[in-house]
Design a protein around this ligand. Structure first.
Ligand code: PEP
Ligand code: CO
Length: 462
């Protein structure tokens, strides 16, 4: 049992809060379940099921995020826009883990600081939508809201919100967690064997040489330290991996919100690091009410319409005692807006002086539709938003402490550009996402290399 609770416990329980107090507020983006009795019995069943994570893992992540706030670590958070029940499969899970491990290796090597690894997985099954319904050929049905709520096919049966899907989402999340934990415990992340994480592309990618040089340099360093100390370098075979998802479907989150024997307060035990999406971020809304009472580290997506006053108010609500590691702001402005929209927010928070971890999501402000009907993002815009973010933080005297990405370990063609310069025609080859376009493994690694280049340039300007 960790001792960390002592250092992080100088915070009082929020007033008049309970795991269900969000129900008295306006809740955006929740489905309407037609059968109330079925919903109630499902939630009772969920409340009796075991949690997916533990309170001490949550507190150790909070400690790591506190260190990231001080510039001692960098956060890498990534995964699918939405997980699907069908993609809860061995290869998909291990490939996603591989690409995240490779990216973290690039970041650790290039930034010379430990990386906090957080997956958007094991629970990323509920999605906000711009409209409640969708109309095709005169037929109107509820929008698809993620596999935890309904199914994507445009039929009445598929689109009916089904509470039983929450049980399935819990089970799929547990299977994903179980496999990730087993891989890591089994030495999958062993730095002595980075070749375990090679994806098939490494042999023929334009980035392969740079990546291989890095792996060799790390191998040499490990060997050097072992020679020097005459013993194996320990702790290189294990890494910490944490989970996160948008805690959108509050009835589900409430059911997994528990008290534990050895720590005070309430924890969301469905994930380590839940976040509030941009569409549900209102300070007087149900989601903010739910989040203010849990002890997890939490994040908030910050879009271009947020004002400095709103951001300060949300800090009052979500982290009134300025607890280290508690609050992250994930800005997602778009390459064309970040230079105008971000600096006033950075300035206000810097002047206020309270702690946040600033994270850049260069994906969600850069979504566009192609002429042939695909939702896509241009690598150039993603890279540009990230580079601008580093510069804007440097100019404001704040620190970019992490990155939030939509990516997959699969060879998909969903985002344009990158080292292989994918074009609109390429999108037809392997477009799989039912929601937002993701970086493929190669584009994801390229983003990691771009971060290192930019970070180095900021740290030692020529
Ligand atoms: C997402 O992260 O998939 C998402 C919907 O983001 P945002 O809330 O920033 O639009
Ligand atoms: Co998305």
């Amino acid at each position: 049992m960790p001792a960390s609770d002592r250092t992080l416990s100088a915070v009082t329980l929020p007033s008049e809060w309970s795991a269900s107090s969000w129900r008295s507020r306006t809740a955006m983006q929740l489905p309407h379940y037609p059968d109330a009795a079925e919903l109630a019995s499902t939630l009772a069943e969920l409340r009796a099921l075991p949690p997916l994570v533990t309170s001490w893992e949550i507190l150790s992540l909070k400690q790591q995020l506190a260190e990231a706030q001080e510039g001692k670590r960098f956060l890498l958070q990534g995964g699918d826009c939405a997980e699907s029940f069908d993609a809860c499969a061995s290869e998909v899970i291990s490939n996603r883990l591989k690409v995240l491990l490779q990216m973290s290796l690039v970041l650790v090597h290039g930034m010379r600081k430990p990386v906090v690894r957080v997956g958007r997985f094991a629970g990323q099954y509920a999605k906000p939508r711009s409209t409640d319904t969708e109309t095709i050929g005169g037929v109107t049905l509820p929008s698809y809201r993620g596999d935890m709520v309904n199914a994507p096919a445009f039929t009445e049966a598929a689109r009916r919100p089904d509470p039983r899907r929450m049980i399935k989402a819990h089970a799929r999340s547990a299977m994903t967690m179980n496999f990730v934990r087993a891989l890591i415990d089994g030495g999958f992340a062993d730095l002595h064997h980075p070749e375990y994480w090679n994806l098939s592309w490494v042999g023929h990618s334009p980035l392969a040489d740079e990546y291989r040089r890095m792996v060799n340099a790390i191998g040499d360093a490990v060997h050097f330290m072992e020679t020097l100390s005459g013993a194996e370098v320990h702790n290189l075979n294990r890494v910490d991996f944490y989970t996160s998802h948008e805690a959108l479907l509050l009835p589900y989150e409430e059911s997994l919100t528990r008290q534990v024997p050895r720590h005070w307060g309430w924890f969301n035990l469905s994930t380590h690091f839940p976040w509030i999406g941009m569409r549900t971020a209102a300070a007087d809304g149900a989601h903010a009410e739910y989040f203010r009472g849990i002890r997890n580290p939490i994040a908030l997506k910050v879009g271009p319409s947020v004002t400095p006053e709103q951001l300060l108010r949300i800090i009052d609500l979500l982290n009134p005692e300025d607890e280290p590691g508690r609050l992250s702001f994930i800005h997602r402005m778009g390459a064309g807006h970040i230079a105008e929209k971000l600096p006033p927010l950075l300035e206000a928070i810097r002047r206020d002086g309270r702690r946040v971890l600033w994270v850049c999501d260069p994906m969600h402000g850069n979504t566009e539709a192609t002429a042939n009907g695909y939702k896509t993002r241009r690598f150039a815009n993603i890279g540009s938003e990230l580079e601008q973010a580093f510069d804007l933080h440097a100019a404001a005297g704040t620190r970019l402490g992490g990155v939030h990405l939509e990516l997959t370990g699969e060879d998909v063609t969903e985002c344009l550009g990158g080292a292989r310069d994918l074009t609109e025609v390429d999108l037809e080859r392997a477009y799989q996402s039912t929601v937002d376009p993701r970086l493929n493994y190669e584009q994801a690694l390229e983003v990691a290399m771009l971060i290192v280049r930019k970070h180095t340039q900021i740290a030692s300007p020529t």
